[in-house]
Design a protein around this ligand. Structure first.
Ligand SMILES: [Zn+2]
Length: 142
């Protein structure tokens, strides 16, 4: 069973499936629906990359055995992008490539409208990379 990693660091485990979207354990990544997206950030399947068998989800890969103990790691910090209505945006890659205007924002979705075709769609709000911190205590409780 393989694992696939989203740019936001979410990892899809084929042996666990995706309970958020009711994809049962054992669902191969390639068998996920085309429209499937990262349950954490909303990125589409094409952004995921297959992980090597020995690759840890943590860059330094320091094994504590427990996985629960806090230690210092290199950590990529993400934050939901602060969309505002009326904002003009450009998406560089993927199926939604192009220019869009933000016409609605909720806690977990953003509504976009194409200024040319006036086509609209709702997107899960995604996160963007804020910074890569070294020597950050990880994991930390909220
Ligand atoms: Zn993601």
């Amino acid at each position: 069973m393989d694992r696939y990693k989203c740019p936001c660091a979410y990892v899809y485990h084929e042996d666990k499936g995706c309970p958020e979207f009711r994809n049962p354990p054992g669902t191969a990544f390639r068998d996920l629906p085309e429209k499937w997206m990262c349950p954490r950030c909303g990125y589409e399947k094409e952004y995921f990359r297959k992980m090597e068998a020995e690759e840890s989800t943590v860059k330094t890969g320091a094994k504590t055995g427990q996985g629960e103990e806090m230690a210092e790691h290199d950590v990529a910090v993400f934050r939901p992008y602060p969309f505002v209505v009326g904002q003009k945006i450009h998406i560089e890659e993927g199926k939604r490539r192009g220019d869009w205007e933000v016409i609605g924002v909720s806690d977990d979705t953003v509504r976009l409208k194409c200024p040319i075709s006036f086509q609209e769609f709702e997107w899960k709000r995604f996160c963007y990379l804020v910074e890569e911190q070294t020597g950050r205590q990880w994991p930390q409780k909220d």
